[in-house]
Write a protein that binds this ligand. Structure first.
Ligand SMILES: Cc1cc2nc3c(=O)[nH]c(=O)nc-3n(C[C@H](O)[C@H](O)[C@H](O)COP(=O)(O)OP(=O)(O)OC[C@H]3O[C@@H](n4cnc5c(N)ncnc54)[C@H](O)[C@@H]3O)c2cc1C
Ligand code: SF4
Length: 440
């Protein structure tokens, strides 16, 4: 037994460092579990894993540490173009799946689903690790291995509540065949750490893809959304979508009494300051930098006005880039190149959150004696005014995260609150547009 290691794991869970990648649960043979997914959704240690397992868990715990420069070199070599915001990139494109069935069913351009379906059709993989919705508890997410195109489509679209893909490491390990894996940055980083250890649980994974990652929400967001419509029992949820319908889509809840609650995605974003998972505010990886290919929304009026679904696609590794090229040649993807400058401007508000805000927040935490993740790099020397702005943003998150603030917002129509939120987002986007040119 390793009491010392278990203490350090418990300490980082207690101190908000856990990003819920799920690896400790997946590696612990049932000794660490998530038992409160509708609540704080934290790992609970119910029995001490043996020392060897604890060593692996701590090494794979991306909440604790993940050395960006080291993994950049290990995965992409020193000659691949890199930018501190985007990570390593061989290509940046605006793209979408040519197949309307994939594109219109997806979160944005259907790139991630298309990659998985193409690999399945060409028999390069036998299955894909994806995140769907639970059959038993349709209000919760459920990672699983999809082995058919229908299953991949079933798991499409973003899920904005806490999820822990790596809890199914035992299934990944037992799978007979080659796998592609889809996860958020913390989950991907943990898989990369396990690959570096040559850990048997990830030996089947041959491709890693992932969505961009601004933030994620506590399950309280779903309860609060329901309450705003006068519904108080989340167990009545029959189906839950976060990006239903044409891009950018809608948050949509179907209840078993036939009622449907639906709100534009941009309006449903109002839930963010009230229910944001604080750990996402100290994650410095917006674009899923350690994937083979990652995809986000192509946030720009020129695309947003057209609907249908457009993604920003970053090809990073050699095999990820080769796959994108092959899919384009085979008429599977439409890809149009985007310059680095344009891509940064498109996500200026996201980079402001992750590459400025997160580092300032970590400084705040350090100053009050709290532990922070070790990413092996730092961006510093921000202006006093940026620190001040961050102080007020964090104060706002603290205040809006209280039960009282949540109760107040539930008294207003979600459409009204959503409109106000959308206006604020546009102002923030405008104010960060020159992020590349400004002194960091
Ligand atoms: C929590 C979260 C935050 C995001 N924040 C941003 C942002 O700030 N800016 C931005 O541009 N884009 C963001 N995205 C990405 C965006 O919403 C789309 O997922 C992305 O554009 C890919 O679209 P697609 O059509 O190619 O994906 P699809 O073809 O719809 O496939 C999505 C794939 O991602 C998997 N997936 C969905 N949700 C999760 C999850 N929570 N954890 C692990 N796997 C998941 C699904 O299983 C599916 O395989 C976020 C996504 C998530 C899940
Ligand atoms: S970050 Fe992952 S491995 Fe670390 S404690 Fe959280 S769930 Fe476990």
């Amino acid at each position: 037994m390793s009491v010392k290691n278990i203490d350090s794991l418990q300490k980082l869970i207690d101190n908000g460092i856990c990003n819920r990648c799920g690896s400790c649960v997946g590696l612990s043979d049932g000794k660490i579990i998530f038992n409160n997914k509708e609540g704080r959704y934290l790992p609970q240690i119910i029995e001490l894993p043996d020392r060897e397992t604890m060593d692996v868990i701590l090494e794979a715990c991306s909440g604790k540490a993940f050395n960006f420069p080291l993994y950049n070199t290990l995965l992409f070599g020193s000659n691949t173009p890199k930018h501190i915001y985007t990570g390593a990139f061989r290509s940046i494109n605006i793209g979408y799946s040519i197949d309307p069935k994939i594109r219109l069913n997806a979160a944005s351009g259907g790139i991630i689903s298309a990659l998985l379906i193409y690999l399945l059709r060409t028999k390069e993989i036998d299955g894909a690790v994806v995140l769907g919705m639970s059959k038993e508890k349709p209000w919760l997410t459920q990672p699983f291995i999809a082995s058919t195109e229908d299953e991949i489509l079933e798991a499409a679209q973003s899920k904005y509540i806490l999820s822990s893909v790596n809890e199914i490491l035992p299934e990944i390990s037992a799978f007979k065949g080659r796998l592609a894996y889809v996860g958020l940055p913390g989950q991907v980083q943990s898989i990369r750490a396990l690959q570096r250890m040559n850990h048997p649980s990830v030996k089947n994974i041959c491709y890693i893809f992932g969505p961009f990652y601004g933030n994620t929400l506590h399950f309280s967001s779903i309860k609060s959304f329901l309450r705003s419509y006068g519904e108080y029992d989340y167990k009545k949820i029959k189906k839950l979508f976060f990006r239903h319908g044409e891009w950018p889509g809608n948050m949509r809840v179907e209840l078993n009494n036939g009622k449907v609650l639906q709100l534009k995605k941009f309006h449903a974003n109002y839930l963010i300051p009230f229910h944001i998972v604080k750990n996402s505010l100290i994650c410095t990886d917006l674009t899923n930098e350690f994937t083979d290919v990652s995809g986000g929304d192509a946030w720009a009026p020129v695309y947003e006005e057209r609907g249908k679904g457009f993604s920003m696609v970053i090809g990073r590794s050699e095999k990820g880039e080769a796959l994108l090229k092959k899919m384009q040649q085979d008429g599977f993807l439409n890809l149009s190149p985007l310059s680095l400058e344009e891509s940064i401007a498109m996500h200026s508000h996201g980079y402001d959150l992750k590459k400025r805000g997160s580092f300032i927040r970590m400084n705040f935490l350090k100053w009050i004696g709290k532990p922070i993740p070790d990413y092996g790099y730092q961006i510093k020397d921000f202006s006093f005014s940026r620190y001040l702005m961050e102080f007020f943003i964090d104060l706002l998150f603290l205040l809006l995260g209280t039960s009282f603030a949540r109760w107040i917002v539930e008294q207003f129509s979600p459409t009204f609150v959503g409109r106000v939120f959308e206006k604020s987002r546009n102002i923030w986007k405008k104010s960060t547009k020159n992020i590349k040119r400004q002194n960091l």
